[in-house]
Design a protein around this ligand. Sequence first.
Ligand code: NAI
Ligand code: MG
Length: 483
Amino acid sequence: MAEALQNYIDGEWVEAADGGRFDITNPATGEVIASAPDSGPRDVERAIEAARRTFDEGRWWPRTSERERGRILLRAAEIVRREHERLARMETMDCGKPLAEARGDIAEVAFMFEYYGGWATKVHGEIPPVGPGALSLVVKEPVGVVAAITPWNYPMMMAIQKLAPALAAGCTVILKPAEQTPFTALEIPRILEEAGLPRGVLHVVTGFGESAGAPLVSSPKVDKVGFTGSREVGRIIMRAGADTLKRVTLELGGKSPNIVFADAEFEAAIEGSCVGIFGNQGEVCSAGSRVFVERAIYDRALEAMAERTRAIRLGDGLDEETTMGPLVSREQQERVERYIEIGGGEARLAVMGARPEDPRLSGGYFVPPVIFADVDNRARIAREEIFGPVMSVIPFSGLDEVLALSNDNDYGLAAAVWTRDITKAITTARALRAGTVWINDSQPAPTEAPWGGFKQSGIGRELGAHGIEDFLETKHIYVNLSR
Ligand code: NAI
Ligand code: MG
């Protein structure tokens, strides 16, 4: 029997005002496993009202001390650790990723709570000198009511990466998870309630972008929107937020270069390049989807990546043998399949992996891993974000050419560089227009370091010390000491 999920508004579990619901499917089988409230503007308005009231009455900030805010987040970290396996399985059922990857996500979620729990007591102001007759106090205050709008590829991580710093900063929050993946989002209120979060601070409203997301962005009672998702919706949010001059941070997509120089440690570069595009089924904003390989090792590298790719085992993420799960939805599967068709007309198909054989998975949203070789950097499959397990391999000769090719894209989220030459590695890292550059690695995004995009990959930074900054306002208090 499918589970009927509910919204969490002002400390209560509630249905959508008009009782509407939509189905949640298990991407490995296509079966309906739950339903969630199809919320609309009325539901969103209730959540906003409650979050606004809680903030304006000062029930979270400033009446709860920094220590208490920090302790609540630290307790939440422990609860997530206690429930680690259950949450990981839930995440796999919801979005399809292999359990081993979901376990990694949930472990990082626990750490995010811990990390920002520590930050609650470490947000300091400043005292700039303004002469003998006055005292200037620069204090940091929460930005207010925050709307967090999140995607489906790392459902719980993307939510906590916004929520934990927002709560540490003293904001109240409304979370609107992706319609495909509301499971773990709805666990967050239970976890934070047990950790001692006062009523009214956090609200979770499920539903679709236009009906449940857009009213959050247009509301004059919401101070800030933190969004992760497509570039297209990022643009809509920026425009819609303009009327109320909303603070907006956007974490959008990418078409990240992965550069393999001929002097790279070969095995590590091959393995890392494959993980960079096939991890999480390629549904990763920072996926290394453009693999540039220096001509001297091009054929050998292509063959090694092909071999590594043929060994990938597609299956149900809950099966421990599975190394690649299904895509999140039928829609995403079809979108990626269309790109594979387009790629067939633009480049040479070097590898197409196998679909799972298990008949129980015949309704699942599987797309086998694909490698296109000899891709032109101007081809659509090299320019546009595919968000699936599709690698484009592009040959290059020398540093100048690869820098020009790498930077010739509207996105600028991340990049990877593989070489043994430290000077070349750093020179390349500095010249790449990207928010994160990995040297001899691909994809690590530690909670302690900033994350975000150059160019059209986004605005603002999450994680690390920067990740709390965007949830704070700066206030100057000037004291005249001569009166
Ligand atoms: P999307 O950008 O439409 O959805 C992300 C979130 O935004 C969801 O919670 C959705 O309900 C919400 N949303 C949608 N329209 C909205 C609106 N008008 N106002 C407010 N909120 C709105 O992503 P979608 O359609 O699921 O995926 C499409 C493509 O986006 C993918 O193929 C991929 O290329 C990219 N994407 C990038 C992600 C990233 O991590 N940067 C994550 C998910 C998708
Ligand atoms: Mg969409």
